[in-house]
Design a protein around this ligand. Structure first.
Ligand code: PLP
Length: 372
């Protein structure tokens, strides 16, 4: 029999209640990241149709460094840099590709990356591919990042320190004090990388992200994605022009990959305009967050943003509750280790404009019945 180790691995995961499998969409959407419900909005559909009518290509045909550098990519980057107030932007097919590109290539051997203990897998994978020294700091603790850099310097570290955080944590829903991390970065002449995947379009002035007030600073790089609140796909890294130039010259995920679809770039550009023109969507989402505070916080959920975790603890118990909630018509997913730390399996309730306050209240009623 072939693939014995893989079969054994899958059964061990199943035995531990940790086997990931695909499931169809079913029920009220409480699990997508389509926070502003832009994925089906007529403006983006019309933008796609107009772009196609004007001859924008579906495929780029090659790496950006070869024939793949379509005018749509450059237009998106110019517009994104202006929107996010950065000197330059570079686009990628996904936030995953952008994070791995950045952290695998820009920090150099002899540099230090201090990363928040809860940063996304894409940051971990970038760090794994890169050659900087990496150390975790306690979650949300800028002082811990400060101490890690100070200890490294004291031990003779001479390169550039980097700090990597998310502005809105994807599984915990808590917001980051970006000012505190920037103060640490300034103190140590460090670079700060802020992953705004879940904050883009929703938080910060004009939906420009939690780090919005500091865009344009020479020690700040942000990741802004188009696949979540902006309703399409792809991402931009925004920051100093030298970072963009370096990525173009050295980042393997950028160089050795077919450039994203020009059509996607055209739609992403329109999504930035929708965010700018339709602040009402953000206001509605914030009203749903208030509703979640009323209905779900009393059941033990943490409600700080549109990502509402309800920690259950045990893996199987979390999946049992998720299954019961799904059977009642709500698409809420259970999240288990290793995506979240052991002992913190949870329901991740994501609020989007696809749900109503009444549905949140109904979900709370179901939870009251099925929670342990
Ligand atoms: C915090 C964070 N960063 C990056 C990514 C990757 O972005 P994308 O989905 O565009 O690949 C995700 C996606 O889940 C995320 O949650």
């Amino acid at each position: 029999m072939q693939l014995v180790a893989q079969r054994a691995h899958l059964s061990a995961l199943a035995d531990a209640g940790r086997l990931r499998t695909l499931a169809p969409r079913r029920g009220v959407d409480l699990s997508s990241n389509d926070y502003l419900a832009l994925s089906t909005t007529p403006r983006l559909v019309a933008a796609a149709q107009a772009a196609l009518a004007q001859g924008v290509a579906l495929g780029s045909g090659g790496s950006r460094l070869l024939r793949g550098n379509d005018a749509e990519h450059e237009a998106l980057e110019a517009e994104a840099a202006a929107f996010f107030g950065a000197e330059a932007a570079l686009s990628f097919g996904s936030g995953y590709a952008a994070n791995t590109a950045l952290l695998s290539s820009v920090p150099q051997p002899g540099d230090l990356i201090v990363y928040d203990a809860l940063v996304h897998a894409s940051m971990h994978d970038g760090m794994r591919l890169g050659r900087a020294t990496c150390v975790a700091a306690a979650h949300g603790d800028a002082q811990a990042a400060n101490d890690a850099i100070a200890a490294w310097r004291k031990a003779g570290g001479t390169g550039t320190p980097w700090i990597a955080v998310e502005s809105l944590y994807s599984m915990d829903g808590d917001l980051t004090d970006v000012a505190a991390y920037l103060a640490v970065a300034d103190r140590h002449d460090a670079m700060l990388v802020v992953d705004e995947a879940h904050a883009t379009g929703v938080w910060g002035g004009g939906g420009r992200g939690v780090a919005e007030a500091w865009h344009g600073r020479e020690n700040l790089v942000t990741l802004n994605t188009f696949g979540k609140a902006l309703g399409c796909e792809g991402a931009v890294l925004c920051g100093p022009a030298i970072i963009r130039d370096f990525l173009v010259a050295r980042a393997r995920p950028f160089i050795f990959s077919t450039a994203p679809s020009p059509l996607s770039a055209a739609v992403a550009r329109e999504s930035l305009r929708v965010v700018a023109d339709e602040p009402n969507r953000r206001a509605k989402l914030h009203a749903l967050i208030d509703a979640a505070r009323r209905y779900l916080a009393p059941l033990g959920a943490r409600v700080e943003s549109q990502i509402v975790p309800l920690v259950i603890g045990d893996d199987r118990e979390a999946m049992r509750v998720a299954t019961a909630v799904q059977a009642a018509g709500f698409d809420v997913r259970g999240i288990r280790p290793p995506t979240v730390p052991a002992g913190t399996a949870r329901l991740r309730i994501a609020l989007t404009l696809h749900v109503t306050e009444t549905e949140i209240a109904a979900l709370a009623n179901v939870l009251k019945e099925v929670l342990p």
